[in-house]
Design a protein around this ligand. Structure first.
Ligand SMILES: Cc1ncc(COP(=O)(O)O)c(C=O)c1O
Length: 424
């Protein structure tokens, strides 16, 4: 089929909305998605393991979400005020999330983590924050410091992954190696009095926490009266219904959510201790600790309706067993292929997440992952894309949804085997 669309990629810097830096011959335009598949305007079918960066946890156009959204749209799309679906959703989130005594909605994960940082600074009266090398907390200035560092300078100094971040901001962010409790403790000991919070992805990208790491961070932050913020934008409603804090049994002071929570509709949320969240109460405007919090489209009823429908499906018995089973099958399949072909590689992930890195040594943090052969990684990802696996060709994680099945996993593995044969 010939495209009815003018493929004017030059309209977009980098030829996409971002991060899909595909060579011209692989660039395409999507027309629709259904279940675990997306289709381009030429009629090509892809198994989607990008899932809108993990948002579409039930798969595309899930009937329960379509129905809920359709019903809500007729009743209005945004009020910027407390409304029925958003209230119902807040009640459900407070039930589901251990740290959540109160909640404020935002429109994206970036907004949610941004407000988490602001709350922490306001509450503690301190300005510095600690994050882990290679973690992503959204597109704001803190979120992209030492996201993809190349110079690997000594800790705790950050390396900006984006231009346009002021020196002042960089001086207020400390970087620690993920999974290295001793080094993190040293940094916290040195800067503790100035630290407002530790913000972390409990499962960083696809790298799981080593035994005792999260518990250790929780203990140190409590001792030093530093707030612990879990960025659950990826782990939330993915590793378990109650997120990473349920899965790993470590409860932070605040947690940011997004992505899967909206089932593919825009949403963000920051939740946690009441004494912290209450700082954004307008009646204390003008006081020193007052937190300005505003977001025009936050709590909008369409996203809330989509979210409630998503949570309704995720709550059904067996949903998380299935997500974990699919993830395990994919990771085990990759491990077998690497073993069969004698390829030096690591298969990372937990739950419905998977990442393959071509390096001999175990990956426990950014620097051990940085040693991986990125050129081969990129060829692998492009090879998969060419053969009908829709994924981020920068070689980050693969996401699975409840719409994926064993046939999809089998096909992904078959194609992977074929592509790897050509590379190794
Ligand atoms: C862990 C984490 N936090 C925050 C964000 C930002 O979320 P959003 O893209 O919705 O702003 C992302 C997005 O990939 C993420 O992976």
């Amino acid at each position: 089929m010939k495209s009815p669309i003018d493929l004017s990629f030059h309209l977009f810097p980098g030829g996409s909305f971002g991060e899909f830096n595909l060579p011209k011959e692989l660039s395409t335009v999507l027309s629709h998605g259904k279940g675990s598949k997306v289709y381009d305007v030429f009629g090509k079918e892809f198994i989607d393991v990008s899932l809108s960066w993990g948002s579409v946890i039930l798969g595309h156009a899930h009937p329960a979400i379509v129905e809920a959204v359709r019903k809500q749209i007729e009743k209005g799309s945004s009020f910027s005020y407390v409304n029925e679906p958003a209230l119902e959703l807040a009640q459900e989130l407070v039930r589901a999330i251990s740290c959540a005594e109160k909640i404020r909605f935002a429109s994206s994960g970036t907004e949610a983590t941004f407000y988490g940082l602001r709350f922490a600074r306001a509450y503690t009266g301190r300005t510095k924050v600690l994050k882990f090398e290679g973690s992503y907390h959204g597109a704001h200035d803190v979120g992209v410091l030492s996201l993809f560092p190349k110079k690997l300078i000594p800790f705790p100094h950050p390396e900006a992954t984006s231009a346009g971040i002021s020196r002042r901001v960089q001086e207020e962010v400390l970087i620690a190696p993920y999974n290295d409790l001793e080094m993190t403790r040293k940094i916290i000991d040195q800067y503790g009095d100035e630290l407002a919070c530790v913000m972390m992805e409990p499962l960083q990208r696809c790298t799981p926490p080593l035994e005792g790491f999260l518990e250790g961070i929780r203990k140190i932050t409590k001792e030093k009266k530093i707030l612990l913020i879990f960025d659950e934008v990826v782990t939330g409603f993915r590793l378990a219904y109650g997120g990473a804090q349920e899965y790993y049994k470590v409860v932070p002071d605040l947690a940011a959510f997004g992505k899967a929570l909206g089932g593919g509709y825009p949403i963000g949320a920051i939740c946690g201790r009441e004494d912290i969240l209450d700082l954004c109460t307008e009646s204390i405007l003008g006081e020193e600790r007052y937190v300005w919090f505003a977001s025009t489209l936050a709590g909008n009823p369409v996203s809330a309706a989509a979210s409630l429908a998503t949570l309704g499906e995720l709550k059904k018995p067996g949903a998380y067993e299935e997500l974990h089973r699919l993830g395990r099958r994919l990771r085990e399949g990759y491990r077998n292929i690497l073993r069969e072909r004698g390829i030096a590689g690591q298969v990372l992930g937990d739950g419905p997440l998977c990442q393959v890195l071509f390096t001999e040594k175990p990956v426990v943090d950014y620097r051990s992952g940085f040693r991986a052969d990125r050129e081969k990684g990129r060829r692998f990802m492009l090879g998969l894309f060419e053969k009908g696996i829709f994924l981020n060709p920068m070689g980050t994680k693969m996401y699975l949804s409840l719409a994926h099945n064993d046939r999809d996993i089998g096909k992904i593995l078959d194609i992977s085997r074929e592509v790897l044969k050509k590379i190794f």
